[in-house]
Design a protein around this ligand. Structure first.
Ligand SMILES: Nc1nc2c(ncn2[C@@H]2O[C@H](COP(=O)(O)OP(=O)(O)O)[C@@H](O)[C@H]2O)c(=O)[nH]1
Ligand SMILES: [Mg+2]
Ligand SMILES: [Zn+2]
Length: 334
């Protein structure tokens, strides 16, 4: 056995200069991060001698626009390598189609596969109606209705997240995320307490977002921070969440038609003829305006879209990999 052999590990939680990694078969270990290394929950990393020496390329990211005094100041990474974005909408209250549309744009921006999960099926106000309304905005995303207390329902969800895929559940408070997470986990998850550690220079904590291994080999990102998820997308991501509007706009007279009353607007015609719900177009306008506003505030993510975002991410990755590995087990290179 070589104690210092570099090994590939998954990050459970990360903080300033420390991270918790999964250590097979079933333990966790604290490792050090270089000073400016940006590592998040779900990252795949190379660990050597008790420190993270490389962050492997991220397949997907879950990010939100960082808000500071009402100003957008960049993208905040919440988790990496999330495969399935579970968009939770409770059936015990009216469906919020706008939330689904927003989440779909977010999924497209980060690369995760959206899965619409209508929760609390057992106490649904009007299941058929909710299914119809959700289907109307699903934009091709998979859609299921579940009760967290029904074993068969939970199995359906489980089958949609195959090992070693990673699931995150998004939704408003009370949507049933925790109850569903516990059902998937098989027992009550511990509350997402911060990990505190002392690296010899002071105390450090990780974020409350944590990666939880699920019994069948898949993973769950358990996070409290997705309730007020800002829109971290670009116009193309919004269009991806509204494929029928995107398709109609090909027939608009102007290539850059904003569907705001321009002559020859095929989208307006579709609304007038009842082929496109007016609320759908209103949502599209709202999200497009929001993205444009972010762009105006020169948010680095919204400003140049996904390409620029990926550039920022790869820079973050290089920051880590470029650091020289100390030969001993000393503190991380500053
Ligand atoms: N009837 C029913 N109640 C549920 C279900 N899932 C969650 N709840 C209840 O809804 C409330 C909020 O659930 P919780 O998981 O805490 O929501 P969260 O805020 O999204 O984590 C709790 O009282 C749960 O017991 C379900 O499938 N059926
Ligand atoms: Mg909860
Ligand atoms: Zn138009």
């Amino acid at each position: 056995m070589h104690a210092h052999e570099p090994s590939r590990r998954r990050v459970v939680a990360a903080g300033h200069r420390i991270a918790v990694i999964l250590e097979p078969p079933a333990t966790e270990r604290l490792v050090h991060l270089a000073a400016h290394a940006r590592v998040v929950c779900g990252d795949d990393v190379i660990v050597d001698g008790g420190r993270v020496v490389e962050v492997l390329p991220r397949r997907t990211v879950l990010a939100r626009a960082r808000q500071h005094h009402d100003e957008v100041s960049g993208a905040q990474l919440i988790a990496a390598n999330v495969d399935v974005l579970g968009v939770c909408c409770p059936l015990d209250r009216p469906l919020r189609a706008g939330f689904i549309e927003r989440a779909l744009a977010l999924a497209h921006a980060g690369g995760a596969r959206p899965l619409i999960v209508l929760t609390k099926r057992d106490v649904a106000l009007d299941l058929e109606r909710a299914l119809d309304e959700a289907q109307a905005v699903a934009a091709g995303a998979e859609l299921i209705a579940v009760s967290a207390f029904d074993h068969d329902d939970v199995s359906v969800l489980q089958a949609l997240v195959q090992a070693p895929e990673t699931l995150v559940l998004l939704g408003q408070s009370g949507a049933g995320k925790s109850t569903l997470a516990n059902a998937l986990f098989g027992r009550a998850l511990q509350s997402t307490a911060e990990v505190r550690a002392d690296d010899g220079r002071g105390r450090h904590t990780t974020t409350r977002t944590r990666l939880v291994p699920l019994p069948w080999g898949a993973f769950l990102v358990d996070t409290p921070g997705v309730r007020a998820l800002g829109l971290a997308t670009d116009q193309g991501d919004v269009d991806a969440a509204f494929p029928e509007i995107d398709a109609l706009s090909a027939s608009c007279r102007f290539r850059d038609c904003a569907h705001e009353g321009e002559p020859g607007c095929a989208v307006r015609v579709a609304v007038d003829e009842g082929r496109l719900p007016a609320a759908r177009l209103a949502s599209w306008h709202k999200l497009r305006a929001e993205v444009a506003r972010l762009r105006a505030k020169s948010d680095p993510l919204a400003a140049a879209g996904r390409k620029r975002f990926e550039k920022l991410l790869s820079r973050a990755v290089k920051e880590v990999s470029a650091r020289k590995r100390p030969r001993d087990g000393g503190p991380p290179t500053p």
